[in-house]
Design a protein around this ligand. Structure first.
Ligand code: HEC
Ligand code: HEC
Length: 335
């Protein structure tokens, strides 16, 4: 009985997705039929809706939020996580590369913290496996917060509000590196942006996106953007080289250490210029784009992606259609 119910459920469930995908494929591309390109698409190549709710303990989330906005985490109390991840600005700083303590210039563009829990690894080069591990980076980085765990713990210990909250939520350990990380990462896991218009469409609301946006989605599938930007975060679940069909770094000039990407973690030749494929959720508001922050507009990002990753020179009208689709990925922060 249980097995039968499960089978029926699975059939209904996969039928639902096939229905959605084939429905999206009903309208042919507007100008010319898109080439299938180097990728063979299969049923895994799809974007799924962000869950409506998160499963984090709300009190821990509230403590994590306090910490995320607290400049005490930096050496001279001048920088907080929110300085570079502005939640009123898509979870980014809007700069080409970030600016940290003593206004020092960073080396790479700040990715968003919104939906970052949906990524399979953290950082552009994927050097942290979890949100907890990621936090060691900014705390210790001499150009970001320039602090250390002993310093942070001493400062928080002299603050009655933190002593009280940590004692209540972590009675056995109090204020430690791990409990601080747990609280901040729990807050980050709560930063989901469900119910974008595209998600409403995925959930069955056919008119949540208009005909132009559907055409853009169609092109996104047909050209094979979805081979890399896929899953719940429309990316964030694999690595890829930037510049598969043409050399992006050489064309841009002035190669930097940061351009090496994943190579810095693995020292493998094949990992040169390889990055985590960024999620495209809220992409409308998280510019400037690419790891180097050199790409100012979404139009230009789409055009460059087509050229460097797929070897296609997209006509302007198709760039616009894809951009109109990408703008439907802007969701609502649940808190
Ligand atoms: C000075 C600016 C700055 C500060 C302060 C800062 N970040 Fe970041 N953050 C960045 C940059 C730049 C990156 C990308 C670094 C890289 O990939 O090498 C990043 C990456 C991340 C990522 C990875 C996202 C992804 O998709 O890969 C997360 C999560 C994150 N930061 C959270 C935090 C938290 C939590 C704090 C506070 C403890 C913090 N950041 C402080 C600039 C900053
Ligand atoms: C082979 C994998 C691959 C394909 C195919 C691909 N992308 Fe990307 N995309 C990436 C990678 C990797 C990056 C990060 C590049 C960098 O930062 O240097 C990226 C970055 C982006 C960005 C900027 C994201 C940000 O936060 O800076 C956008 C927008 C984008 N892609 C859209 C597209 C579109 C539209 C297509 C289809 C025309 C496409 N991509 C095809 C791998 C891919």
């Amino acid at each position: 009985m249980l097995l039968r119910t499960t089978v029926i459920f699975l059939c209904l469930f996969s039928g639902y997705f096939i229905f959605l995908q084939s429905n999206a494929l009903l309208n042919p591309p507007p100008s010319h039929s898109a080439k299938q390109n180097i990728y063979t698409l299969n049923n895994n190549h799809r974007i799924t809706a962000i869950p409506d709710t998160h499963s984090q303990n709300e009190e821990v989330v509230a403590l994590g939020k306090l910490l995320f906005f607290d400049t005490r985490l930096s050496k001279n109390n001048s920088v907080s996580c929110a300085s570079c991840h502005n939640l009123h600005n898509g979870g980014v700083d809007g700069l080409e590369v970030s600016s940290g303590i003593f206004n020092q210039t960073g080396t790479i563009n700040s990715p968003t913290v919104l939906n970052s829990s949906l990524n399979f690894k953290q950082f552009w080069d994927g050097r942290a496996n979890t949100l907890e591990d990621q936090i060691d980076g900014p705390i210790n980085s001499p150009i970001e917060m320039n602090s250390s765990w002993p310093q942070v713990i001493t400062k928080l210990n002299s603050h009655p509000r933190y002593l009280e909250k940590f004692a209540a939520l972590y009675p056995l350990s109090g204020i430690t590196k791990n409990t601080i990380k747990n609280a901040i990462a729990s807050y980050e896991r709560s930063l989901l942006t469900p119910n974008s218009r595209f998600d409403l469409f995925l959930k069955g609301q056919k008119d949540a996106i208009n005909a132009t946006e559907k055409q853009g989605y169609q092109l996104f599938i047909n050209y094979g953007c979805i081979a890399c930007h896929q899953g719940v975060n429309a990316g964030g679940n694999m690595f890829s080289k930037i510049g598969i069909m043409h050399d992006y770094i050489a064309d841009r000039g002035n190669p930097t250490k940061a351009d090496l990407g994943r190579y810095q973690v693995t020292q493998k030749e094949t990992d040169k210029n390889v990055f985590k494929v960024p999620g495209l959720r809220n992409i409308e508001i998280t510019g400037p784009y690419f790891h180097d922050g050199k790409v100012k507009t979404l139009e230009s990002a789409v055009e460059k992606m087509a050229y460097y990753q797929l070897g296609i020179e997209l006509p302007d009208n198709e760039v616009k259609l894809i951009v109109s689709f990408l703008k439907t990925l802007t969701g609502k922060l649940t808190q």
